[in-house]
Design a protein around this ligand. Structure first.
Ligand code: CUA
Length: 337
């Protein structure tokens, strides 16, 4: 038999652990740490509902405990008092939850309609988000370029996201900036994100979408307006003309076509594939392959050696490249700034 003290210590320990996991620091995907008005609206719903639910939880459990102790059978031949029907009680416990849920419902509906509103005019912009197995495409149609895995936005701007999918159902989820919304093939869903301060906000696909669902991360990078404009300009520039590249980069550019990279990836003016991420300005990014890897030569080499080994199910095949070919391809990719 475990002693009372030990049991109490175990309980206290678990509670402490549970409570400490609710800390708000250093948790990159903490819904309870909103960093923009949309996420704040959601948090303002979560908090009171949680308090109401907590109150109900404590009340119900206390009543169960009291009933179990106070009305327990005290001897083997005792039959407890038999009660059937109690109109006042039954009306009370039907009406109270109904009223509570109605109040929560009114506030919830208000927020749902509010955050679904399409922003317009100054301080708003639109980005098309396309879910792929297993990476995110961000199409800045108004600005005329497409990127992947990193959604760049200016701060204090309502960014309207048009969510689409080319294959299966995904779910776009940047917890500190907005809620979670399914990305469904054949339709366009709409959500708004907005950040108060510059910084990198983490997120990921939140709907099981196949083998590498867990490797389908995303980043939202919020800039001061001037920095955002500079980023847009960098992404609109024509990439260097592949024909002028020499040495390893020149050989890499040729391999990019010869090995079939160009049939899946776009590079403005050089390749027109649209199955994989657009690589025209790859070097503007921090990460690649569904934001699984930091973008650097070492990780690119690992990736190019055998993509499906790094990311299970990867639709980018193993091209059986030699180390020299990989070196040349990386040299070429490094020119795509
Ligand atoms: Cu995409 Cu899970």
């Amino acid at each position: 038999m475990i002693s009372r003290k030990t049991r109490f210590a175990a309980l206290a320990g678990s509670v402490a652990l549970l409570v400490s996991s609710c800390g708000r620091e250093e948790l990159p995907q903490n819904t309870l740490d909103p960093q923009g008005p949309v996420a704040e609206q959601l948090d303002n719903l979560i908090d009171p509902v949680f308090i109401a639910a907590g109150f109900v939880f404590v009340l119900v459990n206390a009543l169960i405990l009291i009933a179990a102790v106070k009305f327990r059978r005290k001897s083997d031949d005792e039959i407890p008092k038999q009660v059937h029907g109690h109109a006042a009680l039954e009306i009370a416990w039907t009406a109270a939850p109904a009223v509570l849920l109605a109040v929560i419902g009114v506030f919830t509906l208000g927020v749902i309609f509010d955050i679904d509103e399409r922003p317009a005019g100054a301080n708003s912009m639109e980005v098309r988000v396309v879910g792929h197995q297993w990476w995110w495409e961000f199409a800045y149609d108004d600005q005329g370029f497409t990127t992947a895995n990193e959604l760049h936005i200016p701060i204090d701007t309502k960014v309207s996201l048009e969510l689409q999918s080319v294959d299966v159902v995904h779910s776009f989820w940047p917890p500190k900036l907005a809620g979670k919304l399914d990305v469904v093939p054949g339709r366009t869903n709409h959500m708004v994100v907005e950040a108060d301060t510059p910084g990198t906000y983490y997120g990921q696909c939140a709907e099981f979408c196949g083998l590498s669902h867990a490797n389908m991360y995303l980043r939202v990078i919020a800039h001061e307006p001037a920095d955002f404009d500079a980023w847009v300009r960098a992404n609109r520039d024509e990439p260097r003309d592949a024909a002028t590249l020499t040495g390893a980069a020149g050989r890499g550019a040729s391999l990019f076509r010869a090995k079939g990279c160009a049939s899946c990836h776009a590079v403005t003016g050089y390749a027109a594939g649209d199955f994989g991420p657009d690589l025209s300005h790859l070097q503007q990014r921090e990460v690649f392959a569904g934001a699984m890897f930091e973008l650097n030569d070492r990780n690119l080499r690992r990736w190019l050696r055998d993509p499906p080994a790094e990311k299970p199910g990867s639709l980018m095949p193993n091209l059986d490249l030699t180390e020299e070919e990989i070196t040349d391809l990386i040299a070429y990719l490094n020119t795509l700034d």
